[in-house]
Design a protein around this ligand. Sequence first.
Ligand SMILES: O=C(O)CCC(=O)C(=O)O
Length: 336
Amino acid sequence: MAAGRERTAAPWLPIERADGNSLSYDDFLARYMHANRPVVISNVGKGWAAMRTWTPEYFKQRFGSKPVAIGYERNMPFDRFIDEVIASSAENPGPYMYRSFLHEVLPELLPDVVPQNKFAFPRRFSSPLMPEKWRRPDGYLKLLIGGVGSKFPVMHFDGENAHAQITQIYGDKEFVVFPPTDTPYLYPRVAFPNHSTVDDPVMQNRERFPLLAKATLYRTVLKPGDMIFVPARWWHAARALSTSISVCTNMLDPSNWQGFQDEVAAEEAKKSPEAGARLGDQLARVDRILTRLERFQKDSPALARALVLPAKLAPLTAEAAPDPSRRQLRIRIPTS
Ligand SMILES: O=C(O)CCC(=O)C(=O)O
């Protein structure tokens, strides 16, 4: 057998599940987000028009030949993209859309994903106190579409130490994660340490990637109404099992702040050490202010509500934050 042809079906463990009808937001934060533990939450997005109307045919009819971003450097007419998605197969996978930020390219779809999913609330990313580059009240809401066998191009963990969530709207998607402690076995790229060179984490090429045998694979299949919470630095990969439509966002709060601050300051320090130190100081100040405002709301909820401003500056829940679908957002899309 030629090198790389022989593959091992990796053993896997299921990802914990919770029911969105009974899980409170506080329990979600305590058990998962602040414990850096993945979970699949069912029954989310129940009120969304998207859950009823988003199908491949709907996108084809609504957007026709409008050009749409598929990957970093690939645009194509929406109707042709959908045709290729429908024709996609395990043997001959079609394109997978993963760079379409809704506010930027398809704002007309925003009313279809309200009310906001409380578990996907971007938290500190939505604070007006965040420096502009990282102020994203929608959590970088993004559309993901692919046909059978197509996949997100690279196993990775999200940059800026962000937590992520992916909500399944149509079809089935296989989703796998590995804990951060498995990083030594996942062959990170030298230039992009949050990108893995592993081509398939499920049907593994153990000749080329022998250390994979030491990693613990967690797997699930997302169905419409399921959301997976992917904690900061958890490696993840996704593959459509049928035509699949989902949305995803990022979240930031005290649980992943320090890593966020260190990472973006280190990136800035590549321009100059002074600029990196300045940004680190600025973010440390923002952290101190947000921490006080968050604590005040927890300790004195009635007074905080009466004063209005604490919840505006440091929104703790989706209800306290302005609905991002109603505002024209100026969003800066990261380029790496
Ligand atoms: O395709 C998916 O569901 C994964 C999305 C993802 O990980 C990302 O956009 O960073």
